[in-house]
Design a protein around this ligand. Structure first.
Ligand SMILES: [Zn+2]
Length: 102
């Protein structure tokens, strides 16, 4: 019990002691570091959610076999792209190359 409370105290001390100076125009604001982390993490989370919603809802057509498929979020994030075309491995024929957005 005593050890657990010491660990939680040690973990919370950096949250209380650290801060970031923010200069917005002529104003000087002292923000705790976790506010900055929270803003950045929520921005990244919203961006990933929007990208997932936008990319994975589109069908892509293989240039080799002509069949269509929906890419996964992982495939879409790590694929090369130019315009509306992205490089995917076709789940039907196995060809890897540019696929056209439908
Ligand atoms: Zn194919």
């Amino acid at each position: 019990m005593k050890r657990a409370s010491l660990i939680s105290l040690a973990a919370s001390v950096p949250l209380l002691l650290s801060s970031c100076d923010a200069h917005i125009g002529s104003k000087h604001i002292d923000l705790p570091w976790w506010v900055i982390v929270l803003i950045i993490a929520s921005s990244v989370g919203i961006s990933l959610f929007a990208a997932n919603h936008e990319i994975t809802k589109n069908k892509y057509k293989c240039k080799e076999c002509g069949k269509t498929f929906y890419p996964t979020m992982r495939q879409a994030v790590f694929s090369l792209h130019a315009g509306d075309e992205r490089v995917f491995k076709c789940p039907h024929c196995g060809r890897k190359g540019f696929c056209i957005k439908q």
